[in-house]
Structures are given as C-alpha cells and as structure tokens.
Design a binder for this molecule. Structure first.
Ligand code: NCD
Length: 306
C-alpha cells in the first residue's frame, strides 16, 4: 500500500517492479482497465507551470474511467488571497479521492500530506524531488534496456536545481553496478545531500565532470536536462550557463549505437532538433510511458483490486 508519494524513496524496489508490471499490462490491454477508477476523482493542484505532468495525470485518470478537477494556475485559486497550502489541501480533500500537487517550495507536499485525509502525490517540489518523473524514466529505461543493473548513466546539465535528476539518482543507485557520470558546469553540480546518498552505496560509483565529450563513448543512458531558469537568483548567471551543453548529431558521433537519450522535457536548447530523428532519441516515448506508469500509480494508490 502506498499512502503518499513524496519522494521516490517512499517506494521499495518491489513496489517499483509491481508498478512496472501493472503498467505493462495496462499497455497491452487498455480496455480491461477503462472503468477501474469509475466514480473516483483526482485533483491536480499546480502552483507551478506544467504540461506533461499535469496532462499525463489527467489523461491517466480519464483513461481509467475516473474524473478530474483542479487548477493549472495558482493565480486562479485562493492561494492569491493568502490561503495556506494546508487549508487548500483540507478543502480539496473534501472534493477528491487523491491529490497531485506541484509547488515551488521544497517540502510543500510533505506539509500537505500531514494534513490530508487523502493520498498526496508530489508532482515536483522546487529544486528538490519529482518522483513520478522518475517512474516514467525507470519505465522507459526498463523498456529500452530490459534492466537497471550495470548501466552507465550520464546526467547532463543543471544537476543542482534539476529535481528530476535528484530523484533519478536516488532510484538508480539501488541497482547493482550502476555507474553515474555527472556532467555539469561547476556552478550547477549535484548537491552534496544527493552525493552523500551515492557514497553510502558501495554497489554504485560516480564521477563528476564538465565534459560531455569525454564521457559520451561510455554511456548507456544520456539524460539531458534544462537549465532551471526559474530557480536562478539572477538572470545574468542563467544567460551565462543556459547553453553549457547542446547535444547535436556531431556530439553523438562518438556515442554507442545502443545509447538511450532521455530528457524529462521541456527542452530549450540542450538537444538540437536534428537529434529527434536519431533512433537513440527516446524522450517522446518517455512521455508516453509517463502516462502509462501514472495510470498504474493511481490505480495502486487508490487500492483498486485489479
Ligand atoms: C521537469 C520538471 O518540472 O522538473 N519537467 C517535467 O515534469 N517533465 C523538468 C523541467 O522542467 O526542466
């Protein structure tokens, strides 16, 4: 039973496997699940912009026969009148069976879960975590590679503020023999609290570098990320760092044919559009898998016997 999902660490490896198995069955036999969540309501509370996360959750709920309410713009909610997150949650819990929430403040979903009688799913809290993006990433890796163990995973871009990277590192560090290449400018290195977690795992190794070219030949997965403009304190720093890495077909010339290129999206400049037609580009498939694994998550968290 998954009560709330704040951090990917809230899920055991067995629970991740069960979600993947259910998602695969949902993909094979979509009709079987079309009324699984009939008469249940999902509320999506997005205090920060979103396209994929919110719409994939909504599509997931609708495909399971459920209902959706919510807001995509906090300016249209009572947050602008000064209402606390706790009060908003207690209210919305009267109208829904499960709540998906994105918030600019780190820890807001935990605060919400403490006051919520219904399950809360963290859809991204500031520069902290994004566990359901990680489920999408894991599901894609499993579909593409057939395994998690023994992979060399390059994470490139804004490793400081990129919440998807933090959650993915936590998740992949569980698997035997995973090697991380953490590729970023000096100013956007992976936070220490994430590295500490890695150092505590003798089964994995990591290296930090600012050179994508030097590590790309060894990678099985390349996870590109956007420089997170909204988390910068000044625009000049963002402008200086935003184009630190741009993946092109030329950069990919030295990569393995079996490389899997991922990106949580949205992309700005960090992957040239010419890469989209390369068979190694998997970021749009990743969006599709994200919807399917969110279906599995909603059905599981709502405790529906399937
Ligand atoms: C990511 C996020 O919101 O953290 N987007 C997403 O949910 N797919 C990545 C990003 O915004 O750069």
């Amino acid at each position: 039973m998954i009560k709330h999902l704040n951090d990917i660490q809230d899920l055991s490896s067995d629970q991740i496997e069960q979600l993947i198995t259910l998602a695969e069955d949902m993909m094979t036999d979509r009709a079987k699940y079309q009324s699984a969540l009939a008469h249940r309501t999902l509320a999506t509370l997005f205090f920060e912009p979103s396209t994929r996360t919110r719409l994939s959750f909504e599509a997931a709920m609708l495909e399971l026969g459920g209902n959706v309410i919510g807001f995509a713009d906090p300016n249209s909610s009572s947050a602008t009148k000064g209402e606390s997150v706790a009060d908003t949650i207690r209210t919305v819990a009267c109208y829904s069976d499960i709540i998906v929430m994105r918030h600019p403040k780190e820890g807001a979903p935990i605060a919400a879960s403490l006051r919520s009688p219904v399950p809360i799913i963290n859809a991204g809290d500031g520069g902290h975590h994004h566990p359901t993006q990680t489920l999408a990433d894991l599901f894609t890796i499993r579909r593409e590679k057939g395994r998690f163990e023994g992979l060399t995973v390059g994470l490139c871009g804004d490793l400081k503020f990129g919440r998807t990277v933090h959650s993915l590192i936590h998740a992949m560090a569980r698997y035997e023999g995973v090697r991380f290449a953490l590729i970023s400018p000096q100013e956007l290195r992976t936070p220490d609290y994430i590295l500490e977690g890695l150092r505590a795992r003798p089964n994995v190794s990591y290296e930090e570098t600012d050179s994508l070219e030097s590590v790309i030949p060894r990678l099985d997965i390349l996870y590109m990320t956007r420089v997170q403009r909204e988390r910068f304190f000044n625009e000049a720093d963002y402008v200086r760092l935003k184009d630190s890495y741009i993946l092109t077909l030329k950069t990919l010339a030295d990569a393995k044919d079996s490389l899997t290129i991922l990106h949580p999206l949205p992309r700005v400049n960090e992957i040239a559009v010419e890469v989209d037609d390369d068979p190694r580009a998997c970021y749009f498939k990743q969006m599709y898998y994200g919807k399917v694994i969110r279906k599995a998550l909603l059905a599981t968290m709502l405790g529906v016997a399937l």
